[in-house]
Design a protein around this ligand. Structure first.
Ligand code: VGL
Ligand code: ZN
Length: 188
């Protein structure tokens, strides 16, 4: 179905942002059409494995009554609560066993929309000699946008795969693409 070849280089990594049940159909904070990205990401995973490219997957992993929830004057309904079903990766996502999981959203004092926000991920990727990050996941206008922005600020090249992401809000999604391109991301 998805017929794409992704030209991964030796210093590349794949970073999949928050493809979790709560962000998909029936979840606490469902992103429209979220499931449509899964075959695209699975194709990226297959290609990354073929080329022995490192795969990272971030997960939103909130404590109960997190500061980002509406009950705490945050922006979001409760979602991705630690060790609940909604916080699980989507079952159709074929994450290999050697995927490195990046846990975020755990801090009591702030949200972490970006997978790079106080997670040490930029340090880890630099240690591994990674120069270029291919990114997709959920949601385009929230955590993907923030992660792409932070990756660029940290000096990585970024390739955002458009078919591998969906926004919470379509207008904000279009704006996010524009902003990421302006910041230097390559949109594929
Ligand atoms: C996200 C809203 C709240 C995301 C996380 O992963 O895009 N969105 N928490
Ligand atoms: Zn969250």
């Amino acid at each position: 179905m998805v017929k794409n070849t992704y030209n991964f280089g030796e210093e590349d990594a794949l970073l999949i942002i928050d493809v979790q049940k709560d962000f998909c159909k029936g979840g606490a904070l469902a992103v429209p059409e979220a499931e449509e990205i899964i075959p695209v990401i699975n194709e990226l995973i297959r290609e990354a494995e073929k080329k022995e490219i490192r795969i990272y997957a971030s997960r939103d992993w909130h404590p109960l009554e997190h500061i980002s929830f509406q009950e705490r004057d945050g922006q979001w309904p409760p979602h991705c609560i630690q060790d609940t079903e909604g916080a699980e990766f989507h079952p159709d996502l074929n994450l290999p066993e050697n995927t490195i999981v990046v846990t975020k959203g755990v801090r009591f004092d702030q949200d972490q929309s970006s997978a790079f926000d106080k997670t040490g991920l930029a340090y880890q990727m630099n240690q591994e000699g990674i120069r270029c990050i291919w990114m997709g996941g959920l949601a385009l206008d929230v955590c993907v946008l923030q992660s792409v922005t932070d990756a660029l600020k940290a000096g990585f090249q970024v390739k955002l795969i458009k078919a591998a992401t969906r926004p919470v809000d379509p207008d904000k999604g279009r704006q996010a693409i524009e902003d990421m391109a302006k910041a230097g991301a390559q949109i594929i």
